[in-house]
Design a protein around this ligand. Structure first.
Ligand code: MG
Ligand code: MG
Length: 284
């Protein structure tokens, strides 16, 4: 789940010990395998509700708890185990009875709590009939995730991650980066500090040091950056109704190179084996 940006430098920054990082790796492994399971089930005619049910079962069978289920205020808790956000929905889509179509893109965001720690990752899947320029949006957004992760090293600042993503998506490419929602620290809570915006200035923002775990998650629109929240209090869609892409990893800040705790290799393999889906290679 993305986090609503406040722009504040919060105090809930928690550095993790190596033992805690291994627990987080376990939680993220369940996330990663759940996303792969979902990838194996995606085909036209299947509903968001069906993949959500399958994901919840999968998570519980692996000893985890779906972190998104019941998240939020007691008046309007999130009802799903996954966020299922198709086409012009950016994030926080509620799993529904709508059937997927062969030209849909679908962002699936998964959070799992296991032994007191959270894992969080997302991927935008493309059905077989998705055309350019939407495929290009997915390749660029996926590449920008790794461009951001390259900056998640000891001694840098959050702005180094933010500006690298923005440079690639908004200067090198003509897309609109969502401002209202941001990445975040993650650990014993789903959302910890610092906020990790996908836009910003190099050398600015909180210092990042070894042991910090960040959920980096570019949310990028084919059209303009503005978004709108639907009346259900969750669904975020693009204001101009153009498609939107979302990719996320949970990573540990290290000395030379971030350690990626969530592992997309399982879902990439599942995409290869699912004739209903197109592969998305991050662009270089
Ligand atoms: Mg997420
Ligand atoms: Mg997140």
């Amino acid at each position: 789940m993305g986090l609503f940006a406040t722009g504040k430098e919060g105090k809930r920054v928690f550095y993790k010990t190596s033992a805690e990082i291994e627990l987080m790796r376990n939680a993220n492994l369940v996330v990663s395998k759940t996303l792969a399971h979902v990838a194996s089930l995606l085909k036209p005619g299947v509903t968001g509700e069906a993949i959500d049910k399958a994901a919840e079962e999968f998570i519980r069978d692996h000893g985890g708890r779906p972190a998104f289920k019941g998240y939020g205020s007691s008046e309007n808790p999130f009802p799903g185990s996954l966020c299922v956000s198709y086409n012009d929905i950016v994030v926080h889509g509620i799993p529904s009875k709508r059937e997927f179509k062969e030209n849909d893109i679908v962002s699936v965001d998964c959070g799992v709590e296991l032994e007191g720690f959270y894992g969080d990752a997302a991927f935008t899947f493309a059905f077989q009939n998705v055309q350019e320029p939407t495929m290009e949006l997915l390749r660029v957004t996926y590449a920008s995730l790794y461009i951001g992760i390259e900056q998640a090293v000891h001694g840098k600042r959050v702005g180094d991650i933010s500006s690298a993503i923005q440079e690639y998506c908004e200067r090198k490419h003509p897309y609109g980066i969502v401002r209202d929602l941001v990445g975040h620290g993650v650990g014993r809570s789903l959302h910890e500090d610092p906020e990790v915006p996908n836009y910003g200035k190099r050398g600015k923002g909180p210092l990042i040091l070894e042991g910090l775990v960040l959920a980096i998650e570019p949310m990028v629109n084919l059209g303009k950056k503005e978004v709108h929240q639907a009346e259900d209090g969750w669904t975020i869609h693009t204001r101009d109704r153009t498609p939107s892409a979302h990719f996320e990893h949970s990573v540990v800040v290290k000395k030379n190179k971030a350690d990626i705790l969530s592992d997309h290799s399982f879902l990439l393999e599942a995409i290869k084996n699912n004739p209903n889906l197109q592969e998305i290679q991050p662009k270089s």
